[in-house]
Design a protein around this ligand. Structure first.
Ligand code: NAP
Length: 252
């Protein structure tokens, strides 16, 4: 059988980078999507290839594809490039996401819109695109990167919480639509993870976050990537419509 192919949106940095490395180590071909930072995407490609080789999977291929997932035609291009290059799409990780935080009473229409477009429309556009090839193959694994904010809310993130909660609703609906087709659709809900997205927070805020986390440490991108690797594996075929919290216990 051909190697499996995974598309990772926002696969160039942070959690997406760790997922790229982890799936490459499991022997998959990878399509790393990114929005603008080509240098980061190429760096992730090199790191993933190196790690794959060290894991005995030197035959894999990785490509980088620039595209804005909030634009449905870009999503079509990303998926067409994957099919042209590899002939199949087995795994979609909807990872790309942004924040535009402020208290609800001060939030602009633009900030609300931008987060909904990238974090909710984007995954929808991508899932709609991959549904057809996955149904044809009678196999697919979709993992949506939500957030604990989508489960318990967060002051200053009304836009982000709405998108991430909506993503969980989409996950469960598509899981039901695809259940008889060999396609599973799951979500993971990370807590506070050390990436560029959270780097802007002051040391004081970080320390107080750490205090609130039952396991008393901030998560690493690898904590998320190892769970994604499991959810896209053959062994996870009976898990669908699930939301896996990976948050050190924050939302227990
Ligand atoms: P990050 O470090 O800011 O990286 C974001 C990635 O998404 C980058 O690769 C970026 O590409 C890409 N991206 C942004 N907008 C895009 C768009 N419109 N189209 C295509 N790609 C786009 O973020 P992260 O912390 O790794 O977060 C990854 C996911 O986990 C997000 O969905 C986030 O909401 C979720 N999450 C994160 C945390 C956390 O604590 N970090 C917690 C819960 C959930 P460029 O580099 O080209 O801009």
């Amino acid at each position: 059988m051909d190697k499996k192919t995974a598309i990772i949106t926002g696969g160039s940095r942070g959690i997406g980078r760790a997922i790229s490395v982890e799936l490459a180590k499991s022997g998959m071909n990878i399509v790393i999507n990114y929005a603008s930072n080509e240098y980061a995407a190429k760096k992730t490609m090199e790191e993933s290839l190196r790690e794959a080789e060290l894991s005995g999977h030197e035959g894999i291929k990785i490509i980088t594809v620039k595209g804005d997932i909030s634009d449905s035609s870009d999503c079509e291009v990303i998926c067409n490039v994957a099919i042209d290059e590899f002939g199949r799409i087995d795994v979609l990780v909807n990872n790309a996401g942004i924040t535009r935080d402020s208290l609800a009473m001060r939030m602009s229409d633009e900030d609300f819109d931008a987060v909904i477009k990238t974090n909710l429309y984007g995954p929808f556009f991508m899932m709609r695109q991959v549904a057809k090839p996955m149904m044809k193959q009678k196999f697919g694994r979709i993992v949506n990167i939500s957030s604990v904010t989508g489960l318990i809310g967060n002051a200053g993130q009304i836009n982000y919480a709405a998108a991430k909660a909506g993503l969980i609703g989409m996950t469960k609906s598509l899981a039901r639509e695809m259940a008889t087709r060999g396609i599973t659709v799951n979500a993971v809900a990370p807590g506070f993870i050390d990436t560029d997205m959270t780097a802007a927070l002051s040391e004081d805020v970080e320390n107080s976050m750490e205090d609130m986390i039952p396991v008393k440490r901030i998560g690493s991108p690898r904590d998320i990537a190892s769970a994604v690797r499991f959810l896209v594996s053959d062994g996870a075929g009976y898990i669908t419509g699930e939301v896996l919290r990976i948050d050190g216990g924050v939302a227990i």
